[in-house]
Design a protein around this ligand. Structure first.
Ligand code: ADP
Ligand code: MG
Length: 372
C-alpha cells in the first residue's frame, strides 16, 4: 500500500472569522479521506499562537450560539519557523523543544482553512511559499488582491469585468479630511453598503440609506479595517458560483446557486449567514435564463483567471433585473463547512465533500512550487 500523505489542517487564526474557521475544520476533520491522508490538526489562537490541536471535530463544531475557539490549552504550543537548509516549515514544541516538521518530508501538504486577514489574504501563503511547502488554494498575490474589496475591483475592472460603483476611504484620507470623504461617498446612489475592505462573513458591513448614516457606518467598518469601501447598493439577486481549478484545463464551475435572504434581514448579514436557520434559502440551481447562467459561469472563470486564483474560489454576482450581471466578490477561501454553499454546490453537482477535499489536495500537490 502507498504511504499515506500527511496533511496539516490549519484553522482558527487572528481574524474575526476565527470561529467560522473552526467550524470548517470540524467538517473537514470528519470527512477527510483517512485511507489516503494522515491528518495533523494545527489550530491558531486569536492571539496568533500555533497549537498542535486534538483531532477532535466535535470540539470545533458551531452549535447554536456557541462559537468554537482555539485556545492555548488545546495542545502543545508550537513555535513555527523556517527549517535549516531543506525547505520545510519547522514547528518546535515550545515546552520541550521537540521539533516537528510541517512540510519537508514530514507533512506533504497544508490545507489552510482560514478566512479573512492573516489567513485568506496571502500572509500565511507567503510563509508556505518561503518554506516551499505545497498548500491548498490561491497564492500570495491572488489571495491578497481577492481579500481586498478595493484592489479586487481594480483588477476585475481592468480585465473588463462588470463591477458596481464604489469609493474607497483610507485611514489617512479620513483623518485629513472626513468631510471630503463623506462628500465623495455621498455622490453614490443610496442606499450604499459601507464595508471594511478586508473582512468577510458580512462583519462590519452596514447598509446606509442616507448620507447622515455614513459617519457611524464608516467608523464601524474601521473597527475591522482602517481602509473602508463604500459601494452603491445593487438591487439584484445574489448569485454564487463555485469554481474549482484544474491541473490541465480551464477551471471548472458549478451551475449558479442563489441566496434568497428573507425574514427580518435587510441583507445577507453575519446573523443571517450563521445564526438564523430560516434567514436564507440556498437555492441550487438558481432559476435563471439559460444564457444568463452560462454568462455567469463565464464571468466566474474570467474573474478567477483575472485574479490568478488557484484551487478554489466562490465567485458572487448580482443579477439585476433587465439582465445585467455584476461581480460582487471573489472568495479565495469561501465558507467551507459541509453546509456551506461552496461544498453544497459541488455535492449537488456530483462531487461529495470528501471527494472535494481530496481533489483540492491533489491540485495543491500537482502545481509547481515557486513562481508559476
Ligand atoms: N453593493 C451591494 N448591493 C447590494 N447588496 C450588497 C452589496 N454589497 C454587499 N451587499 C450585501 O451584503 C452581503 C455581504 O457583502 P459582501 O461584499 O459579500 O461581504 P463579505 O465578504 O463579508 O461576504 C452580500 O451578500 C449582500 O447581501
Ligand atoms: Mg460575501
Amino acid at each position: 500500500m502507498n504511504k499515506k500523505l500527511r496533511v496539516a489542517v490549519v484553522f482558527g487564526g487572528a481574524s474575526s472569522e476565527h470561529g467560522i474557521s473552526c467550524a470548517t475544520a470540524a467538517g473537514v476533520l470528519s470527512a477527510i479521506d483517512r485511507d489516503r491522508f494522515d491528518v495533523v490538526p494545527v489550530g491558531i489562537t486569536r492571539a496568533g499562537q500555533w497549537i498542535l490541536a486534538a483531532d477532535d471535530a466535535d470540539r470545533l463544531r458551531l452549535e447554536g450560539a456557541n462559537v468554537p475557539e482555539v485556545v492555548a490549552s488545546d495542545g502543545a504550543a508550537l513555535t513555527v519557523g523556517l527549517g535549516k537548509g531543506a525547505q520545510s516549515l519547522v514547528a518546535v514544541d515550545a515546552a520541550n523543544g521537540a521539533s516537528r516538521v510541517l512540510g519537508g518530508n514530514q507533512v506533504d501538504v497544508v490545507l489552510p482553512l482560514l478566512h479573512g486577514p492573516f489567513g485568506e489574504d496571502g500572509t500565511i501563503q507567503g510563509l508556505f511559499e518561503m518554506a516551499g511547502v505545497p498548500y491548498v488554494g490561491s497564492g500570495v498575490l491572488s489571495s491578497a488582491v481577492a481579500m481586498d474589496k478595493h484592489y479586487m475591483k481594480v483588477v476585475l475592472e481592468s480585465a473588463g469585468l462588470p463591477v458596481g460603483r464604489y469609493e474607497v476611504i483610507t485611514a489617512a484620507q479620513w483623518e485629513r479630511d472626513p468631510a471630503a470623504a463623506i462628500a465623495r461617498a455621498s455622490e453614490l446612489p443610496f442606499p450604499v453598503f459601507v464595508k471594511p475592505c478586508r473582512a468577510g462573513s458580512s462583519i462590519g458591513i452596514t447598509k446606509v440609506k442616507a448620507p447622515e448614516g455614513l459617519t457611524s457606518a464608516i467608523e464601524e467598518a474601521q473597527e475591522h479595517d482602517p481602509k473602508v469601501i463604500i459601494e452603491a447598493g445593487v438591487d439584484g439577486r445574489e448569485i454564487e458560483i463555485a469554481v474549482l481549478g484544474s491541473p490541465t484545463g480551464p477551471a471548472r464551475t458549478t451551475l449558479p446557486g442563489e441566496i434568497i435572504v428573507g425574514g427580518d434581514h435587510e441583507f445577507y448579514t453575519y446573523e443571517a449567514k450563521y445564526f438564523d436557520e430560516d434567514a436564507a434559502d440556498l437555492v441550487w440551481p438558481a432559476e435563471l435564463p439559460e444564457e444568463t447562467a452560462a454568462r455567469a459561469r463565464d464571468l466566474a472563470v474570467e474573474s478567477f483567471e483575472a485574479l490568478s486564483c488557484e484551487g478554489l474560489a466562490r465567485v458572487d454576482l448580482f443579477y439585476v433585473d433587465g439582465g445585467d450581471l455584476l461581480v460582487n466578490e471573489v472568495n479565495t477561501m469561501p465558507g467551507f463547512t459541509p453546509f456551506s454553499m461552496y461544498p453544497l454546490m459541488w455535492q449537488r453537482s456530483g462531487l461529495s465533500y470528501a471527494e472535494l477535499i481530496t481533489e483540492l489536495i491533489d491540485l495543491a500537490l500537482a502545481r509547481p512550487k515557486g513562481l508559476r
